[in-house]
Ligand binder design. Sequence first.
Ligand SMILES: NC(=O)c1ccc[n+]([C@@H]2O[C@H](COP(=O)([O-])OP(=O)(O)OC[C@H]3O[C@@H](n4cnc5c(N)ncnc54)[C@H](OP(=O)(O)O)[C@@H]3O)[C@@H](O)[C@H]2O)c1
Length: 325
Amino acid sequence: MGVLTGWEAVSRALYAIGLVTALCWGLQLARWCWGGFRVYVLSSFWKTDLRQFGQWAVVTGATSGIGRAYADELARRGLDLILISRSIEKLHTAAKEIESQYGRQTHVIQVDFTKGPSIYPIIAEKLQGLEIGILVNNVGMNYAGMLVYFLDVPDPEKSITDVINCNMLSVAQCFKVVPHRHKGLIINISSEAGSQPQPMLALYSATKVFVTYLSRSLTAEYRMQGITVQCVTPCVVSTNMTHNVEVGPLVKSASAFAYEALNTVGYSNYTSGCLLHALQHIALCIFFPGWLRLSTFCMRYTEKFAQSWRQEIEAMMARSAKKAD
Ligand SMILES: NC(=O)c1ccc[n+]([C@@H]2O[C@H](COP(=O)([O-])OP(=O)(O)OC[C@H]3O[C@@H](n4cnc5c(N)ncnc54)[C@H](OP(=O)(O)O)[C@@H]3O)[C@@H](O)[C@H]2O)c1
């Protein structure tokens, strides 16, 4: 074998580095694909038995949307339900429907999560003596129901406090007041909006970062005590919050979402909830990174989009008001 020239040695070293890098990326890609397959596909065949956590499940914001869908799915999987929400009529209707449809027991607790710390002793008292296995911290609100500048909401002082109380305080306080057995499951509903800063959804997205970070830290803190904390970060689900946008290739119905998200319990503690939203998350990270979202160029488009969306929502609301007349 002859002695390598300088150039040959450099090109062989570069070739070796390239090969190792490609191998590492390949292995990483294979790990992601296997992880995704396990969490979103295998999980639908081998579901975790949710009754192992205890007899009762508590769901906050349980009368409509994702919370109601979680309550239905938990009842279908054999749990009794404690429904917490703001409107007593809606609570009684939901409880009756769950009892007759799934034959499970229910309790209701009427509280308004915007009211701050005073409501938690009431919740704690009503939960006493029940064997609670699952808590779904679902309740959440956006301050305007559409994309707006931070201070362009009616009564910003009240809205800011309400959103913080409802989206953040509820998650931390309910974790504290719901009695934990040695084996329990806490599901915290965060949002894709919490994975990157979101101009024109500023406060909402900031509250969801809080939920995500709190959940992920609690996962590590309480794992050894047998308590599972799962953080779920959906993209768009058709609910009142999203003005019941049509279900389609990018939008899940609440019931399909809750079904798939509950399948992921035991497979992942930090999940988009369903395959469709996991793929959207990856696409958003690649094609719409933080620096682009925050650029002035993008802000102009977000502003235009917000305007046309607002007009569409107003027209939709006018149409449904006309229908109701
Ligand atoms: N929909 C989405 O696309 C989406 C995406 C990502 C994350 N999320 C998150 O998913 C969760 C549920 O959202 P959703 O779309 O299902 O909302 P939704 O359809 O507006 O339902 C909200 C539920 O919470 C209750 N609620 C609202 N404000 C309350 C308050 N102050 N006190 C007590 N209960 C209150 C409502 O009860 P009443 O009817 O009695 O008011 C209702 O049962 C939220 O945390 C949201 O941030 C939603």
